[in-house]
Design a protein around this ligand. Structure first.
Ligand SMILES: Cc1cc2nc3c(=O)[nH]c(=O)nc-3n(C[C@H](O)[C@H](O)[C@H](O)COP(=O)(O)OP(=O)(O)OC[C@H]3O[C@@H](n4cnc5c(N)ncnc54)[C@H](O)[C@@H]3O)c2cc1C
Ligand SMILES: *[C@@H]1O[C@H](CO)[C@@H](O)[C@H](O)[C@H]1NC(C)=O
Ligand SMILES: *[C@@H]1O[C@H](CO)[C@@H](O)[C@H](O)[C@H]1NC(C)=O
Ligand SMILES: *[C@@H]1O[C@H](CO)[C@@H](O)[C@H](O)[C@H]1NC(C)=O
Ligand SMILES: *[C@@H]1O[C@H](CO)[C@@H](O)[C@H](O)[C@H]1NC(C)=O
Ligand SMILES: *[C@@H]1O[C@H](CO)[C@@H](O)[C@H](O)[C@H]1NC(C)=O
Ligand SMILES: *[C@@H]1O[C@H](CO)[C@@H](O)[C@H](O)[C@H]1NC(C)=O
Ligand SMILES: *[C@@H]1O[C@H](CO)[C@@H](O)[C@H](O)[C@H]1NC(C)=O
Ligand SMILES: *[C@@H]1O[C@H](CO)[C@@H](O)[C@H](O)[C@H]1NC(C)=O
Ligand SMILES: *[C@@H]1O[C@H](CO)[C@@H](O)[C@H](O)[C@H]1NC(C)=O
Ligand SMILES: *[C@H]1O[C@H](CO)[C@@H](O)[C@H](O)[C@H]1NC(C)=O
Length: 592
């Protein structure tokens, strides 16, 4: 008996060592060159399991370099240089990412031809996902081989969460389903209206055009190339339709998910409700991999649109003077409650949205969007502000149009359309701040914020872009993990810098340093406790990400994360649980 027990104990010891081996011999994921890195035959075996859907990464700018594979091609390289800041260059390709900081010039069209094209932060392999089994196979392979796993739909992520050195990437871009459900029915759901099932790879512009052609609208980003099913909606999702319908995440009826344990499930408010709650606002790439979402759509109809601008005159020439200019900017912030119909005695509109752009010498409102309203309603809402500008002697231009549908309204908006790709440049350095209604109702508080923005844009290093959102009368929605700071929001403002591919890297990085260690702390000092947007933040952000991005939801999100991802296969900077691992000096992902 005793010897049998000892033998059994020995067996179970061997088993536990054997199975633990993959995780605990090292606290770090393997990089190419490490002893534990899977052999070529292990990758081939994975490819066979995937029926050939495994892609070894060759960074696209290899055509600009002679090393390592002598694939330099002058014409192809010229073409790539001229399109390097367009989303189309990255979104439809495996492993490519938009963010210049994470590209890190490891294979860059602007560096010398003789410089070798290296993988750097690009994932080593991608699975071209078309089925749930592909995702499950990726999770299994990553677990068994201690390889880092990442998820990429479009590659927009500011924190580099859709790429990773030595990673296996789940590339979701080819899941292109678009199915309209004229009357959604789920016995547990009170919602009975129209919906759409969207595959992970559908970009915002495609979704907008498709639902528009069928007489509907859907909540998607101002940036047409973001992935509505990916990090955009999973992180909350703000939209020009947010005033009418709330955050993108508020509209989701179902998430089709493959969990890190390999289960293929539909998460709704009543089934896998904790997973539904977490994925609806708690951040992409954290709890599971989404194959599709089913989300509400709304009947389309007319939209009143408009734009406004005024400039600061060059010194010595005629035009708006500096004092008046900044008073005009200040007055805009103070007018937001009126625009949203939250102020007694004004003709506001609860569903109005608009974008503002502030530079050192210009102020513009773009994409003023009044769904289901007339130009007269738009003009009446803006009238108190325009009268204020006149009283300041500000010379402005203001125009309006009546569009028959949301998609046409979006499409003609300067800086956003044309669809499906839009024109927002990809390579920006951003840091966001949420600004609540109570803040913009306080003239002293607004003056302090405008002062900070004024000094940030002074030498033209930065501009400031704000979105008015509102959403106070948006339809009721199931409980979700959208950061509470969105619920009493007046505007979300981003301080922006445009990456310069012709300036020294140190120059580029110095703007990031200034943004995170000077400008953002100054913004936060005058807006204490309001929060930032987890999807629009610089990776060098110095604030407390748990409080600023997730707030009261953090602990519950972390327990859901641990429940569905017990082996920590999904990791991201500033994602929930993001502080449980870190990158070492070689870029190796290690448990803390
Ligand atoms: C130029 C630009 C403009 C933007 N405009 C807006 C805007 O108007 N409104 C707004 O709200 N946000 C906007 N954003 C922010 C945007 O929402 C985030 O970058 C978002 O993460 C993009 O999601 P994605 O899936 O397209 O990108 P990816 O980089 O592919 O993914 C982002 C994150 O989601 C994860 N992920 C992606 N797909 C899946 C999936 N299928 N399942 C699970 N996890 C997944 C990734 O792992 C990563 O963590 C903008 C960003 C940029 C760069
Ligand atoms: C996977 O198999 C397909 C089909 O045989 C092949 O085209 C592809 O190159 C393979 N991928 C890798 C990484 O070997
Ligand atoms: C960029 O590459 C350099 C040199 O290899 C490395 O030291 C640095 O950490 C990398 N930066 C990022 C953001 O990966
Ligand atoms: C990805 O898979 C789809 C479906 O099999 C295929 O049509 C497409 O060519 C693949 N893309 C790449 C880059 O391999
Ligand atoms: C937007 O507000 C206007 C005016 O209050 C209203 O007529 C219209 O129906 C609203 N549209 C939506 C989509 O809520
Ligand atoms: C409805 O809710 C019940 C109880 O929560 C759950 O068991 C069931 O799976 C749900 N049905 C659907 C279709 O979501
Ligand atoms: C007002 O602006 C218009 C157009 O920008 C310009 O032509 C005009 O000269 C300006 N007038 C004054 C008084 O600045
Ligand atoms: C958007 O505008 C472009 C050109 O400006 C046009 O070709 C396209 O048809 C428009 N799309 C929609 C959906 O209106
Ligand atoms: C307005 O903001 C200032 C700080 O900018 C603050 O000191 C003051 O208490 C605020 N007033 C109200 C009524 O909240
Ligand atoms: C704005 O910045 C540019 C570039 O630094 C500068 O030339 C211009 O004078 C600035 N304008 C104002 C009004 O400060
Ligand atoms: C920023 O400027 C550098 C230096 O010239 C430029 O070559 C590079 O393309 C930019 N840096 C990066 C990482 O793109």
């Amino acid at each position: 008996m005793a010897s049998l027990a000892r033998a059994l104990a020995a067996v179970s010891l061997a088993v536990s060592i054997g199975s633990a081996d993959a995780y605990t011999t090292s606290n770090c994921k393997n990089l190419p060159g490490d002893a534990g890195w899977p052999s070529p035959s292990a990758w081939s075996k994975l490819n066979a399991t995937l029926k050939g859907q495994l892609i070894a990464t060759v960074p696209q700018a290899h055509v600009c370099h002679t090393l390592p594979s002598n694939s330099f091609n002058a014409n192809a390289c010229d073409e790539l240089q001229s399109t390097w800041t367009q989303a189309e260059t990255y979104v439809p390709k495996p492993a490519e990412i938009l963010n210049a900081y994470f590209q890190n010039q490891s294979c860059d069209p602007f560096t010398p031809i003789s410089r070798s094209c290296e993988l750097g932060n690009y994932a080593s392999y991608s699975i071209n996902v078309t089925t749930a089994q592909h995702v499950a196979a990726g999770f299994d392979f990553a677990r068994q081989n201690n390889v880092r796993l990442v998820v990429k739909t479009t590659g927009h992520d500011f924190m580099g969460k859709s790429t990773g050195k030595g990673a296996l990437s789940l590339w979701m871009a080819n899941l292109k389903e678009k199915t309209i459900i004229p009357s959604y029915s789920n016995p547990n759901s009170t919602y009975k209206g129209p919906a759409i099932k969207l595959g992970s790879g559908v970009i915002a512009g495609e979704a907008d055009e498709f639902v528009g052609a069928n007489g509907y609208r859907v909540v998607t980003g101002e940036c047409a190339s973001t992935g509505p099913v990916g990090g955009y909606t999973q992180g909350g999702g703000h939209s020009l339709l947010g005033g009418a319908y709330g955050m993108a995440a508020d509209n989701v009826l179902e998430w089709e998910v493959v969990t890190p344990q390999g289960d293929h499930v539909i998460a709704t408010p009543s089934s896998y409700s904790d997973l539904y709650w977490a994925i609806s606002g708690g951040g992409g790439g954290t709890y599971g991999v989404v194959l599709s979402m089913t989300t509400k759509i709304y009947p389309d109809g007319k939209v009143a649109t408009g734009s406004l601008s005024f400039t600061l005159a060059e010194s010595g020439s005629a035009g708006n003077d500096e004092i008046a200019f900044w008073q005009g900017v200040n007055l805009w912030f103070q007018s937001v409650p009126g625009f949203l119909g939250l102020k007694q005695g004004t003709v506001g509109s609860e569903n109005a949205t608009m974008l503002s752009q502030i530079t050192n010498s210009s102020f513009a409102l773009l994409g003023i969007t009044f769904p289901d309203q007339t130009v007269t309603q738009l003009q009446n809402t803006l009238a108190p502000y325009l009268n204020g500008l006149k009283a300041l002697n500000i010379n402005y231009t203001f125009s309006t149009t009546q569009q028959p549908s949301y998609v046409q309204s979006f499409n003609q908006t300067r800086g956003l359309g044309p669809l499906p790709w839009g024109v927002i440049p990809t390579t920006e350095v951003w840091a966001s701040r949420l600004v609540p209604v109570s803040f913009v109702e306080n003239a002293t508080a607004v003056a302090s914020l405008v002062d900070v923005y004024r000094s940030a844009v002074q030498d033209n290093a930065f501009s400031v872009g704000c979105n008015v959102l509102g959403g106070f009368n948006a339809p009721a929605h199931p409980d979700n993990s959208v950061f509470p700071g969105w619920r009493d929001l007046a505007v979300i403002c981003n301080v922006l810098h445009q990456w310069d591919f012709t300036a020294p890297l140190d120059t580029n990085l110095s703007f990031k340093r200034r943004l995170v260690s000077e400008v953002q702390p100054a913004v936060e000092a005058v807006t204490p406790g309001t929060g930032v947007y987890l999807n629009e933040m610089d990776p060098w952000y110095e604030g407390d990400f748990k409080t600023e991005m997730y707030g009261v939801n953090y602990d519950k999100l972390l327990s859901i994360k641990h429940k569905y991802d017990p082996d920590s296969l999904l990791w991201g900077l500033f994602a929930v649980g993001g502080d449980e691992s870190t990158l070492d000096a070689n870029g190796r992902l290690c448990r803390v």
